[in-house]
Each structure stands twice: as structure tokens, then as C-alpha cells.
Design a protein around this ligand. Sequence first.
Ligand SMILES: [Zn+2]
Length: 496
Amino acid sequence: MTREAEYAGGMMDKRLQTRLWRVLLAMAIGGIVSLTTPSLSADENDFDETGLLTREGQHLRLTSDVDDALLLNDLIQSFDDSVPQWLAFWGVPESRAANWKIQGYLMRNVDTFRKSGALPNYVPRFDHGYSTPQTIWIRHQDTTYYNRHLVLHEGIHSLAFELFGAGGPSWYMEGTAELLALHRDRVPTPSKQPRSELSLNTSVLAQSMDVFTINQLPRDRLDTPGWGRYKIVAQHREAGTLPTLKSVLKLPTELNGEVEAYTWCWAASSLFTKSPESNAAFLKAARNGSDQSEAFTSEFYREVAEQWPVLSARWRLMMNDLDYGFDWSRHRVKLSTSDPRASGVPIQMRVTPDQSWQSVGVWFPKGARLRFAADGRCHVTPDWISEPAGITLEYNRGHPLGQLQVCVLPIATPAGTTIPGLDIRPVITRADMAKSTAIASEESTDESTPTMGTSVIAITEPSWVLLRINLPAGHTPVDTTPDTQEAYQVQIAPIW
Ligand SMILES: [Zn+2]
């Protein structure tokens, strides 16, 4: 049976119909198929006497002076797709919002809405969007992604009013709204290939059945055009002005639409939801949403205070690495305040390419000095195999791809409002490799022996020690089967 016949025959369930509808819609936007279904294009009856267009879904009624019915359809559909996912995030039953519906305005010419009273005078001037419990206002943006992002963002504020009385203080309210507005459309963007190049074929259609998902980190710029938060992180990383996690919680109540502040709130919310030390406390805090004072933050902080050194350290690691392709599944660093103190005996560990930083598993006191030896090989691309010194033909963030790196991560975050850069160094240099090869040939032995690193790492304050293989943020290991997983074998010899 052809897809069209199934559709016409009403054999598909509602969910599948919705999905197919969105695929066709996206293709129409990309100019691939022309849509003749009357409900998908605006006709004269859709415009009211003021020339505004309205589209209505289950949870959102959207009125706009933008003459783009496809965009409006996309926005209300995305909104309806998101509501159950937001409720699931908060652990709230779907029935709780069954009758919840808000009015939205997507505005190109704000004056039109001021004059008609749709944008009342009590709503202050704003650059992107504004929300009240029943109504959201969005300024029209250049990209479909960012229009959607803002409609979802403001809608989450309204839903928080409905469910919890409000969204908590600004860091929490804006952080969760950004987190839950960040989404991936169900038409995938093949990497390095613009959307318009998608062709109508079965494989694209099959892939397109991926659900519309919120709370996603962008894989590349094409996932979130117009969003641009990673650029801000990179700029502050270079300038050495990344904020501490504690200073994010102290952001003022009024953020005045500052993109920087929104970036930090979002990143902190992402960290708190993805860290086992804070996930439950972060979600629970939403229930106190009507309290927008410092007491909200104090209570949340109390819940996670014991684990704060770990969270703060995770934040430093995250801020150093956050970029397109960053994926929490590669950043599950085993850090704990109850890690044992290093005993002074040599430690052996395997460093694998499936994870970014990997802890040695103990903490080292001030005065400890560490020497490393390493061997092993691993694929850094399908074609390139690296040893611990890395390959100098390809670089990632200024260092050879595949390089074994060590990070001495102090347990205490320094006081102040900005975080210091991480102390990251190569474990084995190319000179170490050359020396090791020379010794091996002198002794004419074929057995591979670990290469000794010549540098000694001095620990100047109580610290965790982490190791990783230098790989790009979105790296997928070439070989992931457990029996044969590639790794560098590392020996750590403490001297003190
Ligand atoms: Zn907001």
C-alpha cells in the first residue's frame, strides 16, 4: 500500500499522521513538494478584519501579522508536541494540562499589536519574547528554528505559572525555559548538508520519523540556526571570563534579555539535570516555583551543598568543552567527594575513546608528584590510528588529535566570579616517543614497552587527576565492542 493510500484510507494512527504531516510540511518549506491540501495554506478566511492570521492547536492559539501559514502551523504543532514532553520532564501527569491553552502573538510589526490592544501597555518593551500566565508575545525572527525556540521558551514560562504558580527566580526560570525550548526538529539535518538538498526518497522519510524532541544539545550549527549560545561560551572561554557556577545562581531577578546571562542559566540547568548529584533536587525545586526570592535558591543549594565541590568541578569541565557536538553521554566523569586519597602505590588505568575525561579514581594531596607511562593505540578517525603522543597531521583545539592528556582538577573552586582555565597537558610528548623508540632499537627488542613521560606533574592543592584522549566534541569511537575496545594503558607513579 502506498503512503498516500494509507493516509487517505485513515489507516494510520493520529500520531503517525501528525508525523507525516510534519515531514510534508518541512519538505514544502524546503521547496521539495508543493502542498495542495487547503488546510495547510492560508486562504482569505484565515485573516481577520485587521489582516492578522490565526492558527489554533490544542494548547496554543497563535495570531500573527506574518503572512506565513506554514510557519504558524509549524509553531502550533511544535508547541503541542512539546507539552507532553515538558510534563514528563517535570514528572507531572498529562491530564494536568489537558485543558491548558494560551494565546500567542507572533509579531513582525509590534505597533500593530500595541494599537489593537493585543499587546497591552503594561507589557514592557522587549527584544525577543514576553509571557504572562495566559498570553505570550514573540518578535518574529529570521530563522524557523529561532521562532520555534522563542514560542516554546515563552510557553514554558506560562506553563510554569499554570503548574507551579511561577518558574522560580530568574536563573531557574530562564534556565529551564532555555533547556526545554532547545529542540531538534524531526527532519534530521545530515551533517554538512543544507536542508534544501534533502531529496524525497525513502531513506529520508524513514529518518524523518524521528520524533520532535526538546531538551537536545545541538550537533552542529544547522541544528539550531539563530541560537548562537556556543559562540558566547567560546568568546568567554577565550577571554577567561566564564562565570563560576555559584555566581550563576546569584544572577539578578531581572536579566533584561541579556543573552550572556541566558546562556549561563541554560548551561547550569543542563548540568544540574544531567548530574546524579543534583538531578532530583533540581526537578523538585520546580514545585517551589511561586517563590521567586533568594529563599528558593538557598533551599536548592542546601540540598546539593554536600556535593557542591563535584558540581562545581563538573561545571569547570563542561565550560571548557561545551561546543557543537557536546554530548552528556561522553561526559559521565566519575567524581565523588568520597573518592579515596591516593595511597602512593602505582596506579594502572585504561583510557578509552568513548568518554571524554576519565578520573584516576582517587584524589591527590598537596605535594604529590606524578610520573606517567603509557602505551596502546586507538583510531581517532576511521583512517587514522594514534598512539599516546597524538598525530600531528590533525589537531583538535590546538593539540594533536589522539593525544593523551592529563588535567589536574583542584577539588576546591577558587573564590571569585570567574573560573580559571583548566590545567591540561600532554602526558607523553613526541620527544618521549622518539627516545623510547631509540632505546627499544638499541636493546633490539620487539616487545612494545610503555613510553615513559619525562614531565612530572606537581600537585599544589588537593586535586582529582583526569585523563582523556584528545578528540573532537562529537567524536564517535570507531570500534565500540567491549571485548575489543581500544584504549591507552596508562601507569601513574606517585612520588612523594
Ligand atoms: Zn524567559
